[in-house]
Ligand binder design. Structure first.
Ligand SMILES: [Zn+2]
Length: 238
């Protein structure tokens, strides 16, 4: 067994592991979807609050109008009973006007009640939205924290194994290393294939007696005839 082959097998193990870590790192969910949901929830909250403020201002204005109306009715009544007007026809007209004003006031009062009711239900909407928002915020924060921790752990694990890889490659022949790198790039990351039961365990092709014999006797890198990967036979290594 070529000594370089054992080193390449170790290199492949490290590289496959780093590949897996990098893949996991790339697939980590940074919480973007939750963040978008959070933004939407905040925007909805702002909308409801703005509506509440508008409705509140309208209700306050209505209240002011009502008080003004009351004032006018009180003045009209005071005028009616002041004794200033004595003409019965004129007095009757004044009375009619007051009655009409009182009726209008009644209607305004009903509107007012409806407005306060609407405000009450908007207030409930705000409270419910606030609770939803807080829940999403907590969920998002927990997610981001978990993401950061996992990301940092993966990055440090990758950095550690990159160093190990560096040390290992210094022991490998430049030609063997170059061949390994080329195969890795061409064959989806796996350049070394383990031999088991006289077959290549990557492409599952049975190896010819000629290849098996070379593998046993030659001090060289032997490739699988089918997939071209460098063969490593654990039994020969013992
Ligand atoms: Zn193969």
């Amino acid at each position: 067994m070529h000594r370089q082959m054992s080193l390449l097998r170790d290199l492949q193990a490290i590289d496959s592991y780093i590949d897996r870590l990098r893949k996991e790192l790339a697939q980590l969910d940074s919480g973007e979807r939750i963040r978008v949901k959070l933004e939407q929830s905040r925007a909805r909250m702002e909308q409801i609050k703005a509506r509440y403020e508008q409705s509140y201002a309208a209700a306050a204005e209505q209240e002011r109008l009502l008080q003004e109306f009351d004032q006018r009715i009180r003045q009209a009544e005071a005028d009616l009973y002041s004794g200033r007007v004595t003409n019965p026809r004129e007095l009757q007209l004044m009375q009619q006007e007051i009655e009409q004003a009182k009726q209008t006031r009644e209607e305004l009062d009903m509107q007012m009640l409806k407005m306060w009711d609407d405000l009450e239900s908007l207030k409930k909407d705000i409270d419910a939205s606030e609770r939803d928002l807080q829940q999403i915020e907590r969920f998002y924060e927990a997610h981001v924290e978990e993401y950061r921790q996992r990301k940092a752990a993966l990055e440090s694990e990758i950095a550690f194994h990159e160093k190990e890889r560096e040390k290992l490659t210094q022991q490998i022949d430049p030609d063997a290393l170059a061949r390994y790198q080329t195969l890795r790039e061409r064959l989806g990351g796996t350049a070394v294939a383990v031999v088991a039961q006289k077959a290549c365990t990557v492409c599952h092709t049975l190896l010819t007696p000629y290849t098996l014999k070379r593998l046993e006797n030659e001090d060289a890198l032997i490739a699988c005839e089918s997939c071209g990967r460098l063969l490593y036979d654990p039994q020969l290594a013992q």
